[in-house]
Design a protein around this ligand. Structure first.
Ligand code: TRP
Ligand code: ZN
Length: 531
């Protein structure tokens, strides 16, 4: 597609070759192995897009992240305690970690040797070999200024640890986590988390899960959050700054934490209009609907909300350009709350990710449409219920409105490449694929497929091939041609509206309100430079 992508593919191929070479080499021959026959943990899990992310040889169970962050200096001091189980005998293993200064590493209480490479690999050599099946604890002490990730192909979409005027927005998808804590950075290694985050007194630190303690000592306040449900580590957040934190329960009893930057109540949407609502007010209106949105999505997916807490964080940062579905507590940029339709849609989108993306995570990054196509489809379901356009109307609008020669249709949705991971087509054509599937198999089987995907893979991961297999099993239909055309083949697929829906009221060129708002959001935010 472009030079960056070609380069990524070449690098991936070289690394894959290196991994194969390592796997083939006799254990004793590779550096760092001993006569004891223990093995070296692989430096990556072999994700085709990010071959060095994640690591082999162990499975993390829990991260305890103690972090002190001073926004005045941008410095972070951290102690990460990582509990893991060895899945093979290990003479040494890797963590993904980048940019910060490592002060010490201990494994099971003993000082370990360690080294770093210019990519994000931190190699740890414990004093004693770890036996297969052994549960071990690694403690890494570190400090420094956490780097913000800036992708050269999208320099105005920074991610990872985003420094703000009063703290930081921590939104690490896809590979920003290694900039602020050492980890096994791949969605296939989910773990539970405890966050102990210390920030200047008077500031708030919001992480995933439940707030279990807050104590102030002198000029610092420590916030302790516990996240007891398995989580892909890119979904961890420790967003901090000045926030109004509200704790409440939904009508269904779900524990909620909403955090809104108070500056947003002074920011009118239309500065010319003295009666204009503020971004803070619109954000509050959308957040107030979270309980209703969760109930609606539960009724559509017919699977309970997968986690024990919820809520949302809205910040006024200029450099936060996208929302992220950080588990149980999405982070939203202020500008999505310019109007209630856009605000509600983005909240529906990020909450839908709690099922599709978080509880069921990607098995590899190339399957991104399983996250973004599903969350976008959830917005279309919500739009239908709000009277802003049915999924079929929105589908027809995009299908009729985007001409066959538009580059929108060039992208292969099932393999978009790193630079196009969050391309608008992954969202829209991904959701269109689900609507085509729905028309093909009928409502009953379609919703059975959505339910089974969330239910059977809860806590785990999935691939596009597994989703297709599930859809074929449940519908009893051969769906290769449909998915080939919509996910695997560049170009605009042919589509004949089925008789039952041919009467849809969408008129060509006229966007249903929800479609217009989605386009605006994609244009403003994430895909701004990625189209
Ligand atoms: N997953 C986010 C969403 O729900 C988008 C996103 C995450 C993103 N990380 C990104 C977009 C990095 C651009 C760059 O929409
Ligand atoms: Zn999304």
């Amino acid at each position: 597609m472009n030079i960056r992508r070609v380069r990524a593919v070449v690098v991936a191929a070289l690394v894959a070759m290196a991994l194969v070479a390592m796997a083939l080499a006799p254990a004793a021959a590779s550096a760092g192995t001993s006569a004891g026959g223990c093995r070296v943990g692989a430096p990556g899990v072999g994700d085709p897009y990010y071959p060095l992310y994640g690591n082999g040889g162990y499975d993390v169970q829990h991260y305890l992240l103690k972090i002190r962050y001073n926004p005045a200096t941008d410095r972070l001091v951290g102690v990460a305690t990582i509990t893991a189980r060895a899945t093979q005998s290990l003479c040494r293993f890797n963590l993904d970690f980048q940019g910060m200064t490592v002060r010490s590493v201990k494994v099971d209480g003993r000082r370990a040797r360690w080294s770093r490479s210019q990519d994000h690999e931190l190699t740890v050599v414990p004093q004693r070999h770890l036996k297969k099946g052994h549960r071990f604890t690694t403690v890494v002490r570190y400090d420094g200024v956490p780097r913000t990730f800036v992708d050269p192909s999208a320099p105005d979409v920074p991610y990872g640890w985003i420094h703000t005027d009063d703290g930081a927005d921590v939104v690490s998808e896809p590979e920003g986590s290694a900039n602020w804590f050492p980890l096994n950075d791949h969605p296939t290694d989910k773990a539970t988390f405890t966050f102990v985050v210390t920030v200047p007194a008077g500031r708030e630190a919001i992480a995933n899960g439940r707030l279990v303690a807050r104590r102030t000592h002198g000029r610092w306040t420590t916030w302790v959050w516990n996240s007891p449900e398995l989580m892909a580590p890119y979904l961890a957040t420790a967003t901090n700054g000045q926030f109004n934190l509200r704790r409440y329960r939904t009508a269904d009893g779900l524990r909620m934490y909403d955090a809104v930057d108070p500056d947003l109540y002074n920011l009118p949407i239309d500065p010319q209009d003295p009666a204009s609502p503020t971004y803070g007010e619109i954000a509050d209106r959308s957040l107030a609907r979270q309980g209703e949105i969760i109930e609606f999505l539960e009724s559509q997916f017919r699977v309970d909300y997968p986690f024990s807490t919820g809520g949302g964080i809205v910040d006024d940062a200029e450099n936060l350009t996208f929302a992220l579905e950080t588990q149980t507590r999405p982070v939203y940029p202020w500008f999505f709350f310019a109007d209630p339709v856009s605000g509600d849609s983005v909240v529906v989108h990020e909450i839908a990710h709690q099922w599709y993306g978080n509880d069921v995570a990607l098995a590899a990054w190339m399957h991104m449409w399983l996250n973004e196509g599903f969350a976008t489809y959830a917005e279309w379901l919500w739009s239908g219920r709000e009277g802003l356009g049915t999924p079929q109307e929105i589908f027809e609008f995009f299908y009729n409105d985007i001409p066959a020669d538009d580059p929108f249709w060039d992208l292969v949705i099932a393999d978009p490449g790193i630079p196009n991971l969050f391309h608008g087509a992954v969202y829209i054509r991904g959701a269109m694929t689900l609507q085509v599937l729905r028309n093909q198999v009928g409502d009953r089987d379609f919703f059975r497929i959505l339910r089974a995907w969330a239910k059977r893979r809860s806590g785990g991961n999935g691939t596009t091939a597994q989703f297709i297999a599930l859809a074929e099993r449940i519908s009893g239909q051969q769906l290769d041609a449909l998915f080939d055309a919509w996910l695997f083949t560049p170009g605009k697929p042919t589509y004949g509206a089925p008789a039952a829906t041919a009467t849809a009221t969408a008129t060509a060129g006229q966007a249903p309100p929800a479609a217009a708002s989605l386009l605006r959001r994609l244009a403003e935010g994430a895909s701004r430079t990625r189209r």
